[in-house]
Ligand binder design. Structure first.
Ligand code: ADP
Length: 545
């Protein structure tokens, strides 16, 4: 008989364990523990006192700061849940289980909506996990015999098990939070993670992957066919080949391709991955897919801008060359007219001189060809050519130009001072165009100094690196600039020189802008002007000598 009731008790406790273990939240575990303990013991009321958010209290910390505590009571209380000081001391600090008779004034439930009778029995036990008190389970009954020693030991078991569940819900919460961060991070970075089983061809993928591939969330795991149906058809053969090669060599996988959504929109993605053994022993490819659509669009915009600039630069050079070209074409044209007239004259003679006429006609052809060559050269100049971006050591590029202009500098009686940063500053750019900027600025500086006889003619060219940029200064002691004109200098066709075209500075500014930098001018305090341009340094491109 006794055995049977014990079996019943154990079954009841096992069931209570099960119920508590199903709870996923901290509060859920507390409420389930209270409910099961009340129903098992037959006590009337109770409460669970917990440190907030599962924060564990030091073993000896009996103070249980109110702002860090949470209460869950079985019955609504008008006042609050407050453990009598002596119970608090014994249970919290010494981790003892307390059973005692008390008057209803000694209840931990202050002003319960249904007041208890005069005398009550209290059971209070600590919730201990790994020797630390994380809270208290409190029960009270109107019957003296409610908390038998058997009942107490069963409830203690329940309480200690609940303490473990508190710990695991805390871990679960932490895990869920981490997972939320990861999902958010992937969303922001437009980056999804995946694991693809090379045998079953099924994939498990993060939420962001589902978005990138426009796959419904209830498809899990995702069959390869579903991913495949989203690949831009032209890109599929290359992707399949890259995958097959990576699978057979077990080498790291990296490939860019396009994805088509069901609504027709197209995404550019970059996939990377590496192989390892999955939990089932199958070879799996684990990796990351990044949505690079925006980056691609930005790259295209930059390429377009650079191409447009290249064209503008060439058209401008064309303008500058126009003068000399007119001369180049005029010469053969005059020659053609003269030879044709001579030819007519030889033919008009009596008798005609076909030999001489033929020679004149041949000269017409020859000079016509020269004119055609000049025009062909012009056309190739005007054609949009792409800028060539390479690593440029900016100081070397500047020094080359200064060397090229050495004779002009000397002839203008200008003293040159250079103060170039000694580290090898590398920028990514079109070397020739950047040199054209320096050439233009130095030429302008020389012109500005020739235009004045005041003071010494001093040209200072310096460069220095700061915060990922290099700034290059070209300072002169020339005529300087009126502050009202400061911005107009950069307008196309603005010139103060009789033979000037006024295109140099506007082109320089465009070239620098396309390289991600800025060009401006400042008046010097004494004489002249200083032109400064900045360029972004290639990351980790500064090599000290
Ligand atoms: P251009 O040299 O053909 O006139 P730019 O665009 O290079 O065309 O220059 C425009 C104008 O800016 C020049 O005509 C000149 O008046 C002014 N300028 C340029 N550089 C300087 C300088 N270093 N000092 C004073 N004025 C300058």
């Amino acid at each position: 008989m006794r055995l049977e009731s014990e079996t019943h008790e154990l079954e009841a406790i096992a069931k209570a364990f099960q119920i508590i273990s199903k709870e996923m939240s901290y509060e859920g575990v507390a409420r389930a523990l209270l409910k099961e303990a009340l129903s098992y013991s037959g006590a009337a009321r109770g409460g669970v006192l917990l440190s907030k958010g599962g924060e564990l209290l030091a073993k000896a910390d009996a103070s249980f700061p109110r702002e860090r505590a949470e209460f869950f009571t079985s019955h609504p209380v008008a006042g609050e849940f407050r453990l009598p000081a002596d119970i608090s001391e014994r249970v919290l600090a010494r981790q003892e289980t307390v059973v005692r008779q008390a008057s209803s004034r000694g209840s931990a439930l202050i002003d319960p909506v249904e007041p208890p009778p005069q005398s009550i029995t209290q059971l209070c036990l600590p919730l201990v996990h790994q020797e630390r008190t994380i809270g208290v389970l409190y029960l009270e009954s109107e019957r003296r015999e409610t908390f038998t020693s058997r009942c107490i030991s069963m409830i203690s078991m329940l309480a200690s098990q609940a303490a473990v569940f508190f710990e695991s819900t805390q871990l679960f919460e932490a895990l869920r939070e981490t997972n939320l961060w990861m999902v958010k991070g992937q969303q922001i970075g437009r980056m999804g993670s995946y694991r693809w089983n090379t045998r079953t061809l099924l994939s498990r993928a993060s939420r962001e992957c589902y978005r990138i591939f426009d796959v419904d969330l209830d498809v899990n795991p995702v069959p390869f066919e579903v991913f495949k149906s989203r690949i831009y058809p032209d890109d599929l053969p290359d992707l399949e080949q890259a995958l097959a090669e990576a699978v057979s060599a077990k080498s790291p996988f990296s490939h860019e391709y396009r994805v088509v959504h069901r609504n027709g929109s197209i995404l550019h993605v970059a996939a990377v991955g590496q192989f390892d053994l999955g939990p089932t022993g199958d070879v799996e490819l684990e990796g990351i897919i990044t949505d690079i659509t925006e980056r691609k669009a930005a790259e295209q915009a930059l390429t377009d801008a650079r191409n447009e600039l290249a064209r503008a630069v060439r058209l401008a050079s064309l303008g500058e060359l126009a003068g000399s070209i007119v001369h180049e074409i005029n010469q053969p044209l005059t020659g053609i007219i003269m030879s044709a007239e001579a030819c007519l004259r030889w033919l008009a003679r009596e008798p005609t001189e076909p030999g001489e006429a033929r020679k004149s006609a041949l000269r017409v052809i020859e000079q016509g060809r020269r004119a055609r060559d000049v025009v062909t050269g012009l056309r190739s100049l005007a054609r949009a050519a792409q800028l060539k971006f390479t690593d440029v050591q900016i100081n070397d590029a500047i020094e080359e130009i200064l060397l090229l202009l050495k004779r002009d500098i000397e002839r203008a009686d200008v003293t040159l001072r250079t103060a170039l940063d000694r580290s090898k500053l590398i920028v990514e750019g079109d070397r020739v165009q950047l040199q054209q900027v320096v050439h233009n600025l130095v030429r302008n500086a020389i012109d500005a100094m020739i235009a004045t006889n005041e003071g010494p003619r001093l040209l200072t060219v310096s460069s220095k690196a700061a915060e990922g940029h290099v700034s290059v200064e070209i300072a002169d002691t020339g005529i300087g600039i009126a502050s009202t004109n400061r911005e107009r200098l950069f307008d196309a066709l603005y010139t103060t020189k009789g033979d000037g075209l006024g295109l140099g500075l506007s082109i320089c500014r465009k070239i620098i802008a396309v390289h991600g930098g800025r060009l401006w001018v400042e008046e010097n305090t004494a004489h002249g002007a200083t032109f400064t341009f900045t360029l972004p340094l290639r990351p980790s491109a500064t090599v000290s000598n």
